[in-house]
Design a protein around this ligand. Structure first.
Ligand SMILES: [Zn+2]
Ligand SMILES: [Zn+2]
Ligand SMILES: [Zn+2]
Length: 162
């Protein structure tokens, strides 16, 4: 990405998760996707488990995630998952939705972990949203297909679900 002020190439400040220009000190916040992911675009060592394109670096709040620019899936550390959901829920201005029932066909899809390449665990997510998620217990990573995090965030909160 080039500086909108002086057109010099900008570089990513990994601590602040923004792009900065060393020449004129302009700071640019990367654009946010409809799912709240800021796509930073730096390469990651991972390949998309669903469509095999290279995953790029993104961020949600202060959490680094990997995202696919083709299918818009999202790989994030399990440890950051609840905080990420809480963060997105707190700033969502969209009305709650009753999610459609779990699509059981999704349980049959087998994905390989982008990190260790072992088969991921595919299972219905226990929280709101009626989604099927893929996790790697070994790498402590979660893969979410496009739209799944929005379904979690917009689902009406069930009592005792957290
Ligand atoms: Zn500049
Ligand atoms: Zn993909
Ligand atoms: Zn793994």
């Amino acid at each position: 990405m080039n500086c909108p002020n002086c057109s010099a190439p900008m570089h990513l400040d990994r601590d602040r998760l923004v792009f900065t220009c060393e020449y004129c000190l302009t700071v640019v916040f990367p654009q946010e996707s409809s799912e709240g992911v800021r796509v930073l675009g730096e390469p990651t060592p991972f390949e998309c488990p669903a469509c095999r394109r290279p995953l790029v670096l993104g961020s949600i709040d202060r959490t680094e995630v990997s995202t696919c620019q083709n299918c818009r899936g999202l790989l994030l550390p399990q440890a950051a998952f609840f905080d990420t959901v809480r963060y997105l829920r707190a700033r969502s201005s969209q009305p709650p939705l009753d999610p459609p029932p779990t699509n059981l066909k999704e349980l049959k899809r087998k994905l390989r972990c982008p990190c260790c390449h072992a088969p991921m665990d595919t299972h219905p997510y226990g929280g709101p949203g009626n989604i099927v998620i893929d996790t790697c217990p070994r790498c402590e990573l979660i893969w979410l297909d496009y739209g799944e995090i929005t379904r979690i965030i917009r689902a009406r909160e069930r009592k005792h679900s957290w």
